[in-house]
Design a protein around this ligand. Sequence first.
Ligand SMILES: Nc1nc2c(ncn2[C@@H]2O[C@H](COP(=O)(O)OP(=O)(O)OP(=O)(O)O)[C@@H](O)[C@H]2O)c(=O)[nH]1
Ligand SMILES: [Mg+2]
Length: 461
Amino acid sequence: MSAKNIPRFAVVGHPNKGKSSIVSTLSRNDNIAISSRSGTTETAHSYLVETLHGSYALIDTPGFQRPRKVLQWLQKHCNSASERAATIKRFIASDECQHMYKDEVELLRPIAAGAAILYVVDGSHPYGSEYEAEMEILRWTGQPSMALINPIHSTDCIPEWENALAQFFKSVRVFNPLAAEFHKHTELLATFAHLNPQWSANIETIINDLKLARQAQQHESIKVLVELLEELCAHQHTQRVLNKQQAEAVKPMLEKQFKQWVKNREEQASAALLQIYAHQQTQVSLDKMQLPPELFDIDEWYIWGLDKKQLTYAATIAGAVSGAALDVAVAGHSFMLGAFGGGVIGASSAWFGSSKLLEMKLKGLPIGGYQATVGPIKNRNFPYVVMGRFIHLYRQVANLNHANRSALNINAEDFKQRVEQLEKSDQRELHKACERLLKQKSVDDLAATLAPLFELDEPSS
Ligand SMILES: Nc1nc2c(ncn2[C@@H]2O[C@H](COP(=O)(O)OP(=O)(O)OP(=O)(O)O)[C@@H](O)[C@H]2O)c(=O)[nH]1
Ligand SMILES: [Mg+2]
């Protein structure tokens, strides 16, 4: 399809009704200026939406400023209905109009050049006759059109808008650019296809491409978590030292470097996620990772869902109650599939505060001196915490419309339920994978094991 024939849609309407927001969300571009200030968009700008096999253009425009005056001008300069489209062209070409009605010239130009019209109104404000001049002007262009009701603050006035708009537009849809889920984007696009029969096949192709691209984004996200988990669970920091005193002296530094590395690595993964979903401006605040507080505190074991019997059982397996009690208790807990959680995620103290998580080992070197090592982290909850945080961010990012410019945060409080919602067999696989990761053993197809956590409950429309 030549560039001239690609489907083109001019998004027009009153100032400050969410025109740029609609363009931003549908074109997945968060660089488009959106603000509560009326008149933010001053010139028309075309955004090309390209998929693997097709493309279409969305044209953001300034809002109507003086529609009644413009309509008067048009009526004065036109004698017959058959000349209306031509009169619009004369309006656009007129120096005087370019000067006096700059915004209307800007918004009408792409329509006169062949774009279809998407007329945007606010479904939370009542309909009023002042909109009629705008709709009348748009009708004069003779271009195919439809109306979009954006429920900015509420849905209260949607019915009255539907009644009014039906007289001017064959098709009227409600679309909320901040909240609409992905399937609503493609459903809306499907209605655009009706505006011009020549565009339908192309738009159908684009919709298919978008759905496939969304699946690909999910796969890419899984890959990011796979690498993050493998690297975080295996990471260690080493330093050569001359003697044990020196080792003690470098320990805080090694721990600090280790923590910094983990933090950076997690930030890197978050950035990769944002990139996959083309969120260039979104800010993410990564709070400190949290793990259960005092692992030595026996009361905490109960919070984790271990009763006395299980503790004793776990302890018996190891044949020791004292020295190995901690590990055994945690192991006992981890036998209880589906019970990881409890206090695991969302516990209050910062996990890096617990020195137990980061032990330093010393190895004598044949050439003399020692090698001091911190990491890898042995705590069995660690992979769950990493996963929980990533999945939490993933779900926000994957569902974030580009018109929504709010910052995201990471907390993994909902992860326990998410894991519990998985099939028992999936939970088991996940658990086995975590155990292997902690031992730095490779996991066959970790991506497939993690995949159920990435399902987004979307209709497969
Ligand atoms: N809550 C909410 N706010 C919205 C929605 N759509 C737009 N807004 C807000 O409304 C304001 C105007 O949005 P824009 O997209 O800039 O509107 P516009 O029609 O392009 O405005 P101009 O360029 O000034 O004509 C912004 O503050 C948006 O965040 C929505 O669906 N829900
Ligand atoms: Mg705008």
